[in-house]
Design a binder for this molecule. Structure first.
Ligand code: NDP
Ligand code: 8X3
Length: 252
């Protein structure tokens, strides 16, 4: 089987680390994101090792997603692993202080965007059959509530249930589906979430040992390269130095 990974949000964090990890193992790569310069840098860094196709893509734009998939050069058209990674959190304030536009951006990216890419690639993945994978980036926020998670955590709960439901419908096709749900991980995630607040980024990760983008890329690579008869349904991964907190109680 050709090994072709299609990675959304390849311009940063987990997506970029996956591009490097899969290239190391000789996979062909289809890399997308909105930042063209970052895609060009990645292509330059990796194309000596493996075939690389890059495309500027906003996953929220369903027509653009469909057109991009349809226009894949033959060499990249037989995608065998979809890594639905593009996503973001915004506005970590209490929900009652958050602009509706920020809720919409999270829903449009993490829910609609992930659905757009999945829908566009499902026929290809089914055609490739046994051993292919859809790996969706969920989050511990998809099942653990915490202040300021509001719509973000809810979008990741969607990712989990959508992944499980896809498994049901894809039974018999050989296509595997996994919800990879990381906890605290140091990427550009907190900068995006806080509107570029470097102090907030530094404060969150300082004095502890978060997961790195490379840690998660290694887990994703593991899931994608298991024998074809094995499906990891969900991978819930935290740093050792993170756990859950007690219930909060409002008192007089
Ligand atoms: P980063 O901010 O480092 O990377 C996010 C990536 O998503 C970027 O490449 C960005 O590319 C892309 N992206 C965002 N919006 C869009 C869009 N509309 N269309 C296409 N691409 C988009 O964060 P992470 O690597 O940490 O996040 C990756 C995924 O992992 C997300 O789904 C996130 O929710 C999830 N996650 C992150 C955790 C963490 O603690 N870091 C933990 C659990 C899950 P560009 O801006 O160029 O479009
Ligand atoms: C990102 C991890 O803990 O900030 O999905 O929700 S967390």
């Amino acid at each position: 089987m050709n090994r072709i990974a299609f990675i959304t949000g390849a311009t940063s964090g987990f997506g970029r680390a996956c591009a490097h990890r899969f290239a190391e193992a000789g996979w062909s790569l289809v890399l997308s994101g909105r930042r063209e310069e970052r895609l060009a840098e990645l292509r330059e860094a990796l194309e000596d090792k493996v075939p690389v196709h890059t495309a500027v893509l906003d996953v929220r734009d369903d027509a653009a997603v469909k057109a991009m998939v349809e226009a894949l050069p033959d060499e990249f058209a037989g995608v065998t692993c979809l890594i639905n990674n593009a996503g973001l959190a915004l506005a970590p304030q209490p929900t009652q202080q958050v602009d509706l536009a920020d809720w919409h951006t999270m829903i449009d990216t993490n829910v609609r965007g992930l659905a757009n890419v999945t829908h566009a690639l499902l026929p290809t993945l089914i055609e490739q059959g046994a051993g292919t994978s859809i790996i969706n980036l969920g989050s511990v926020a998809g099942d653990t509530p915490y202040p300021g998670s509001h719509v973000y955590g809810a979008t990741k709960a969607f990712v989990k249930q959508f992944s499980y439901n896809l498994r049901c419908d894809l039974l018999g096709t050989g296509v595997r589906v996994t919800d990879v749900a990381p906890g605290l991980s140091e990427t550009e995630f907190t900068l995006v979430r806080t509107g570029g607040n470097q102090d907030a980024h530094d404060a969150l990760y300082q004095g502890t040992t978060p997961l790195s983008a490379e840690d998660i890329a290694e887990q994703i690579f593991y899931v994608a390269t298991l024998p074809a008869h094995i499906n990891i349904n969900r991978m819930d991964v935290m740093p050792v130095r993170q756990a859950w907190a007690p219930f909060a109680i409002d008192r007089d």
